[in-house]
Design a protein around this ligand. Sequence first.
Ligand code: CP
Ligand code: NVA
Length: 333
Amino acid sequence: MDFTGRDFLKILDFSEDELRYMLATAKKFKQLKKEGRNHKYFPDKNIVIVFEKTSTRTRCSFEVAGYDLGMGVTYLDPTGSQMGHKESIADTARVLSRFYDGIEYRGFDQKIVEDLAKYADVPVWNGLTDQCHPTQVLADFMTLEEHFGSLKGLTLAFVGDARNNVANSLMAMSAKMGVNYIACGPKELRPSDEVIAQCLPIAEKNGCTITVTDDLKELDGKVDAIYADVWLSMGEDKEKWGQRIELLRPYQVDMNLMRRMKPTTVFLHALPSFHDLNTSVARDVYEKFGLNEMEVTNEVFESEHSIVFDEAENRMHTIKAVMFLTLYKREEK
Ligand code: CP
Ligand code: NVA
């Protein structure tokens, strides 16, 4: 299996075996880290991480993973580079490739990260776009595998804005990993026909199902993991909060819903999450719409079902695996 020099732009670009290998590599790195064993394989490399949207987990994962691998890391914040304003994506990609051994990008349209990859001659890693969040779902599946021992036969349900970046990548990863996937949300926010058409044949080949529904009852008793994400993603018009709340309020993940699942059902969330009023955005929403919890109640978030902090930790191990695999043989050459 050769990952050398490859980009990591979306889940569908990788085979089932390649994705499994990434998860296995992440597991090894997690062990090395827990044992405190040095893994500074790339003391001569440098990477740049470009963020056109804000981030805690993804930024810190790339930084810590980069340092753990012995690399230098440059962070460019949403206002800190010429990219897009004064310099084209193509020119930025060619300049950054002369300085760095790898480029992470978080931003808006998927086409931007695809263009960066087209013009860069070093690996480009997608740290979230409007359409995909591939490093997130690697961590999600690593967490599920750790928790359940195996992914085989599991059913994952995404509840909420089922056509957002995280949901799109979860459908693709579920199809690749043979995990049954249920996208549950209002009809207005159902996954696009294009995404479904790409994933369905893969799911069929791997013996799992993809279900799209607006009926929460379809989850009853058969779901191993419930996944929620914010109701309004970064980059979406804030004016949409009212409409989104209206559509998604019935899909809030609460204890009544969790009780209808299995006793062993876990709760996942990409984070950050609006489960209380301890953020300025949540307080604004509360003042305007009177809602003190959104996609998940605080009770579920803090319950024994919730494995969201294991999931957050695994962002770092999986991102390290992606960087290591795509950079590794360059070192040997
Ligand atoms: N889940 C995730 O991508 O978090 P950040 O926005 O903090 O990076
Ligand atoms: N769907 C969310 C994911 C954040 C990690 C967003 O794009 O804001």
